[in-house]
Ligand binder design. Structure first.
Ligand code: ADE
Length: 254
């Protein structure tokens, strides 16, 4: 995957994308990220990128010319028809894990990061997607773009370490009923479990996502706070049922 980011602050994008898991994945060429300062494309002698709003209104808007020219230079390098142009704004479609999965399978993503009062509508109208990362207003699109990039890139095969990605796969495909059998959970234990968790039948377990239970590392007691004793019991069935119960209580979404 190749990701292009149009921004007035490439250092924000570069800093995050070259750190930790994203940085390693980028070095391994599991994805390519190129940030472009669209100010460089301004034909204005002062490299101006914004202008007043037609019809009146407070503040300034990012104008078409630098961004359109920057996009043209990208389209000279990639196949425009296989690329997805994304703008971000609080009024866009809400970002979620399903959209992250879809984007992780694209060949080319291009983000235009807004600043000031936003983008000239003719830029917005070029976009395939307008995405919001939540019901609040940021000062610019960079954090939104990075959020979307982070959540999507981690789903590209190979980006997460082996252990993490296996875990991720098993979370989505895990067969809880098979695990119940593996741990030889008795009818009585199962009924008690269903009563405790508020599930009606065994079949309800099929819709449960086994993820997001609390985890602890050493020491077992820190500043007087002990880990749940079940985790030290060595009883794998009990630990499994405890984790599953916590997972159900957390309403995990993935
Ligand atoms: N730009 C400013 N606020 C935003 C938000 N909530 N989501 C996406 N982009 C934004």
């Amino acid at each position: 995957m190749r990701i292009d980011v149009l921004t007035l602050f490439p250092e924000i994008i570069e800093s995050y994308a070259s750190t930790s898991i994203l940085g390693i994945a980028r070095e391994k060429k599991l994805f390519e990220l190129i940030s472009h300062n669209f100010r460089d494309f301004s034909s204005d002698k002062h490299k101006c990128v914004d202008d007043v709003i037609y019809g009146g209104g407070a503040g300034m808007l990012l104008k078409c010319q630098p961004i359109f020219d920057c996009l043209d230079s990208i389209y000279n390098q990639i196949d425009k028809s296989s690329s997805t142009l994304i703008v971000t704004s609080p009024s866009g479609q809400k970002f979620d894990q399903k959209l992250a999965k879809e984007l992780s399978q694209k060949q080319n993503l291009i983000f235009v990061c807004g600043r000031y009062e936003g983008l000239d509508q003719r830029i917005v109208d070029q976009a395939d997607l307008n995405i919001s990362i939540g019901d609040y207003v940021l000062t610019g699109g960079e954090l939104a773009a990075l959020t979307i990039i982070d959540a999507s890139v981690r789903l590209i095969p190979g980006v997460l370490g082996d252990a993490q990605s296996l875990e991720q796969e098993s979370f989505s495909e895990i067969d809880i009923l098979a695990l119940m059998e593996k741990y030889q959970v008795s009818k009585k234990e199962l009924q008690e479990f269903l009563d405790r968790t508020g599930l009606k039948t065994k079949e309800d377990l099929k819709n449960v996502k086994f993820i997001e239970y609390p985890q602890y590392t050493r020491p077992a007691e820190f500043r007087g706070i002990r880990i749940p004793s079940v985790l030290e019991s060595g009883d794998h069935k009990k630990i499994f049922l405890w984790r599953l119960e916590q997972s159900i209580k957390s309403n995990a979404l993935i």
